[in-house]
Structure formats: structure tokens, C-alpha cells
Ligand binder design. Structure first.
Ligand code: SF4
Length: 133
């Protein structure tokens, strides 16, 4: 059933629940347990029915750009994750604490009534890249 929902969501036919865009990983990955982190965040947010667009990127190369199109995003640096909200850097979190922090931020977003995608600010990749180093 979950796979069927993911298919209709990816085709844009229905919206329900969390859509997580995660990078495919490559040699630039800045975190060891990336797949486990993504899997755990998806598991912790599986109960959410409101449509939310989240991104989880393994390094600063594409992370800030992908976060720009997400309501919440994570971009990893070495030993640290930067949480973005609506494409704007919010706060750094130690790598070990990232799942808990990201789930809490998502729950806060839901408590604030988020479900529709808000307007996004202009993209400023250069300053975002510098801010997570
Ligand atoms: S976001 Fe970074 S780690 Fe992930 S695929 Fe792109 S370059 Fe590689």
C-alpha cells in the first residue's frame, strides 16, 4: 500500500503524507549512516497525513539547493547537519542528534498548521554553503 501511495504521489496524482527527497549518495557524502538516518526519519514520520516536502542531502554540494524546494531539509557537513526551513538555514545539529531534531522540527511545522508549500525566498547558495562549513 505504501509503495502504491509513493507512486501516485510521485506522479502528482495525489498528495498525502511526507515526501522525502534524499540524495542517491556519492563519494562526497559527509555522513556515515546516511541510509539509516533517512530510513529512521521516514519511519518516525510515517503517521503524518498532511502533505509535506522534506529533503535530506548528504553534503553541501546539492543540499542547500534541494532544501530551497523543501519545507524542511537537512544538509550534512562533517559531523553536523544543518536544518533548513523553506530554504533558509535554521540551525546546526550534531550528527548524532539529527533524527530527533529533524522529527521535532517537522512536528513543530505541523503544529503550526503547515501543509501547503509556502512561498520561497530567493536562492542564495553561496552564503548557505559557507554557513555550514
Ligand atoms: S548531495 Fe552530495 S553526497 Fe548526495 S549525491 Fe549530491 S554530491 Fe553526492
Amino acid at each position: 500500500m505504501r509503495v502504491a501511495w509513493e507512486i501516485v504521489k510521485s506522479l502528482g496524482l495525489r498528495t498525502r503524507g511526507v515526501t522525502v527527497v534524499a540524495c542517491p549518495t556519492c563519494g562526497r557524502l559527509d555522513v556515515d549512516n546516511f541510509v539509516e538516518i533517512v530510513t529512521e526519519i521516514e519511519r518516525r514520520l510515517a503517521h503524518v497525513e498532511e502533505p509535506l516536502h522534506l529533503s535530506i542531502m548528504g553534503c553541501a554540494v546539492n543540499g542547500p539547493g534541494e532544501a530551497h524546494d523543501s519545507q524542511l531539509g537537512i544538509t550534512f557537513g562533517r559531523g553536523v547537519g544543518m536544518i533548513f526551513k523553506d530554504g533558509v538555514p535554521m540551525r546546526k545539529v550534531a550528527g548524532d542528534d539529527i533524527v530527533e531534531a529533524f522529527v521535532k522540527e517537522t512536528e513543530k511545522l505541523l503544529a503550526d498548521g503547515a501543509s501547503a508549500k509556502p512561498a520561497l525566498p530567493p536562492l542564495d547558495l553561496e552564503s548557505q554553503l559557507v554557513s555550514i562549513k
